[in-house]
Design a protein around this ligand. Structure first.
Ligand code: NAP
Length: 462
């Protein structure tokens, strides 16, 4: 009896912790608290589950726990920050596989006594679980460069994919009516596994973070369906939270890129497009750290625009030093945050927070854009696509319509990057060829470090 009370208490507390965690995770000032309370919720959920009277032996649970930790801990410790999207894809793959396997085991244990509702939930759990498993593995492969990142498309592809899914769903519905037809169950599983692969093949590497967020949503829904199968209310709540938050995040990412879901899933974005945004032998103006530091010193206002390159170079701490050096001179320094700068939502916020840059200096895109025309210097550090003016006017550009940071409207533009390589979208950036733009070639960390050295060598104005 006491166990039942403990389980109920643990589950209710865990559900509350998950909800608070999501709420707190949505703002940088409370994000750490959000992570802690989420961990507490998960610990309570596991503790509640482990005292369940249906558990007859802890032996295999312990084996699973040790194995999972052996894989999970190094994955979390050694995976660099820039690889978080692929790490997340792997977590979804394993989570979804677990849900699908539980569904499969439940089916074979109780096939004859499954009611229609439970069988419907089980079919959904298994379809979503297996397709998310292979889909997430494919997403991992593309992001980790184990598979070609470009979309693989062929004629009739969408029809084939939808047909496959329709057959899987039809088998699921048939099993609801005739749960005893166990020979159909492996077909359902295999079709779902194949559909997961086919769903991801036509999607380019550039869209993988959005797709991962969508797969997160599927894994959550699969877990919620598992909650109905096992009659576990916490799984229903946690799965629904996971499913809806993943979906909302995908919507936010699509909006920030001015893309629709259909375009992300079926648009083949990222195919090699000859001639789009190619610079025809144009030259750029480059400058040394000394020249750049002299211009920065003379500025009254500077907007720093961080992007993926800052994350790759892990330059955030040097950027903090630069912020200090400029602020000490009485220069107004702000950071412009684009919603999809970097490779995951909130990427720049996390890195800048890690370097203790005050949150009130981080300004979102809509708010900062009107400030560019009255800003002396826009200093772009490893950002590319999110500053490309082609998004505003070039209807042929793959990023046409994507909201961008209006860096080109500042009085002077400086861009720190290693060379002339394109960004994620694989296209030229006309910003680099403008008269007011100076290219500062070098690794973001070392170039910003050199700027700080130059500024420290000259006496401050105030
Ligand atoms: P970006 O367009 O990918 O460009 C990053 C630039 O950083 C590259 O041009 C690269 O040029 C430079 N770079 C790389 N390593 C560097 C280093 N060590 N030091 C200095 N520079 C370095 O980045 P972004 O402007 O942040 O745009 C993000 C892109 O990702 C957008 O296209 C967005 O749609 C896409 N995306 C983001 C998300 C998200 O959630 N954040 C999700 C989906 C898609 P060099 O090689 O010449 O140095």
């Amino acid at each position: 009896m006491i166990e039942t009370y403990f389980i109920q208490f643990a589950y209710i507390a865990a559900a509350a912790a998950f909800i608070l965690s999501l709420k707190w995770l949505s703002h940088p000032t409370t994000a750490r608290r959000g992570v802690k309370v989420g961990e507490l919720g998960m610990a309570l959920a596991i503790a509640g589950t482990l005292v369940h009277h249906e558990i007859v032996s802890y032996q295999w649970i312990l084996v699973g726990f040790v194995l999972g930790s052996i894989i999970g801990i190094p994955l979390a410790v050694f995976m660099p920050m820039t690889h978080v999207p692929q790490r997340t894809a792997l977590s979804h793959a394993f989570g979804a596989l677990a849900a699908a396997l539980v569904g499969t085991a439940e089916y074979y244990l109780h096939a004859e006594d499954l009611g229609s509702f439970t069988m419907a939930a089980l079919s959904l759990e298994v379809i979503l679980g297996y397709l998310t498993f292979t889909g997430s593995l494919m997403a991992f492969g593309k992001l980790q460069d184990l598979l070609p990142g470009r979309p693989i498309v062929y004629k009739g592809q969408n029809f084939t994919n939808l047909f496959l899914l329709a057959v899987a769903v039809a088998i699921g519905v048939y099993l609801v009516v005739n749960p005893g037809r166990s020979e159909l169950f492996p077909v359902l599983a295999v079709l779902s596994l194949v559909f997961g692969v086919l769903l991801i093949i036509p999607i380019g590497g550039a869209d993988m973070p959005t797709v991962i967020s969508l797969l997160n949503s599927y894994a959550g829904l699969s877990a919620a369906a598992m909650g109905f199968v096992l009659d576990n209310k916490l799984l229903i709540v946690a799965g629904a939270l996971d499913g809806s938050s993943g979906f909302i995040l995908s919507v936010i990412m699509c909006r920030a890129m001015n893309r629709s879901f259909t375009n992300v899933l079926f648009g083949g974005f990222g195919q090699v497009q000859a001639g789009v945004g190619q610079a025809a032998d144009r030259s750029v103006r480059s400058a040394s750290p000394e020249e750049a530091a002299a211009i920065l010193e003379a500025a009254g206002s500077v907007i720093i625009v961080p992007g993926y390159g800052m994350a790759v170079a892990q330059a955030q701490h040097k950027v903090r030093e630069l912020y200090d050096a400029l602020s000490r001179r009485g220069i107004d320094v702000k950071f412009a945050i684009h919603p999809v700068a970097g490779r995951m939502p909130g990427h720049m916020n996390v890195l800048l927070a890690e370097a203790d840059i005050p949150y009130d200096r981080l300004v979102e895109m809509e708010e900062i854009n009107p400030e560019f025309p009255r800003t002396d210097v826009a200093l772009v550090i490893g950002a590319n696509d999110v500053t490309n003016p082609a998004a505003r006017h070039d209807t042929a550009s793959p990023i046409y319509g994507m909201p961008i940071l209006d860096v080109d409207r500042a009085r002077t533009v400086m861009v720190i990057k290693r060379g002339m390589s394109p960004g994620f979208a694989g296209i030229e950036n006309e910003l680099y060829y403008m008269d007011k733009t100076m290219m500062l070639f070098g690794d973001a960390k070392s170039f910003v470090g050199n700027l700080v050295k130059e500024l420290s060598a000259s006496p401050a104005r105030v």
